[in-house]
Write a protein that binds this ligand. Structure first.
Ligand code: SAM
Length: 347
């Protein structure tokens, strides 16, 4: 027997690591309960912290010991035998809300996304999205959690687009603009730019509320379903040929392929000759379907939450863009290295 065969060297260590998800759940719960933020003021007993958080002590204490076990909290026993909990330096830097390096803004969105991901085997078995996210039906509070979870990413995308590509635009269409963060950031960064968000009728009122709360005057919100079947229709209130650029961020991935193709055609007609469509988001796969790994893995979420939506390949996107009449379609990269596509409406 050859003891040097590659099989002999294989160990299940990586599999075991991937299956050890409880630290992630403890961390998420600590963030959701604001444990680290409360402890930023100084060490506390479990009972003291329970009082601050408005929860019962016994279950909280068990979570606190778990957070000690994974090095986000430290525990010190007083001479009187009472345990005092404190943030570790890492937790104090990254897990305290309000600090510049806080990384937990999206905690409520992660909770929803992880819940969805846990349905993957059932969604595959039943060939249906077991954690369905139907934007037309979702309760308002849940919709707010979802959109607020996407907000920071949308804002930083608006800032990057303004800095790198859209500063000379006067009119930009933000397709499926969600929280409105991208449009707000674009108008704040570019004094001569007006942004129009197009959102589903069920979502548009929430988008409007969020945009108004930001006091953004050059952002308007139009209610329309861009995937609807009616041939050749354009949303009322939007004028063909009136936008210098349109941005679809994390939008086409919500739609089935036929809807996505119709949406790209409609959006293209809203562009002026020479206007550009930007297709951005985690739903853009290379044609191998295996890279970027982030997109391939995120497609697991889509298969649980969308009836027809999914990550699409670059070739699929290019086909819709070509069918819509866009030309010079290019693959470009964002600051973080993720790819996106840009095409131009012919002059
Ligand atoms: C994943 S969210 C992305 C939101 C935002 N672009 C962002 O990246 O933060 C997708 C958005 O597209 C909107 N949407 C989905 N289907 C749509 C349709 N057929 N027409 C217009 N908007 C749609 C949803 O309401 C939702 O706000």
């Amino acid at each position: 027997m050859n003891s040097d065969s590659p099989e002999d060297e294989l160990q299940p260590q990586r599999i075991q690591e991937l299956l050890s998800v409880l630290p992630s759940f403890a961390l998420l719960a600590g963030l959701q309960l604001d444990v680290f933020t409360r402890l930023a003021a100084g060490p506390a007993t479990a009972a003291g912290l329970a009082g601050l958080l408005g929860v019962e002590v016994l279950r909280l204490a068990r979570l606190l010991y778990a957070l000690v076990a994974i090095d986000f909290l430290e525990v010190r026993r007083t001479d009187g035998g009472i345990d005092l909990f404190a943030n570790t330096p890492e937790a104090d830097l990254f897990l305290v809300e309000g600090r510049a390096d806080f990384v937990g803004h999206e905690r409520n969105l992660w909770s929803r996304v992880w819940n969805a991901a846990l349905q993957t085997a059932d969604s595959v078995r039943s060939d249906s999205p077991r954690a369905m996210l139907d934007f037309a039906e979702i309760p308002r509070e849940e919709l707010r959690v979802f959109l607020e979870g996407l907000h920071r990413g949308a804002v930083s995308m608006g800032e990057e687009l303004a800095r790198r590509w859209l500063s000379s635009c006067a009119a930009v269409l933000d397709v499926g603009g969600g929280s409105g963060g991208m449009s707000v950031a674009l108008t704040q960064s570019c004094p001569d730019l007006a942004a129009t968000i197009v959102e589903l009728p069920a979502v548009a009122p929430v988008t409007r509320e969020l945009v108004e709360a930001e006091g953004a005057e050059r952002v308007s919100v139009v209610a329309a379903d861009l995937g609807e079947p009616a041939a050749d229709s354009l949303p009322q209130d939007l004028v063909a040929g009136s936008f210098d650029a349109a941005v679809c961020k994390s939008f086409l991935q919500c739609l089935g392929p036929a809807e996505a193709e119709r949406a790209v055609a409609r959006i293209t007609r809203l562009l002026r000759p020479g206007g550009e469509l930007y297709v951005i988001g985690v739903g853009l796969l290379d044609d191998t379907r295996v890279t970027p790994a982030h997109a391939t893995l995120f497609d697991l979420i889509f298969l649980n939450i969308y009836e027809g939506g999914r990550a699409y390949t670059e070739a699929e996107h290019r086909q819709w863009m070509a069918a819509a009449g866009l030309e010079s379609v290019q693959r470009l990269e964002l600051d973080d290295g993720s790819p996106f596509l840009r095409g131009r409406r012919p002059e």
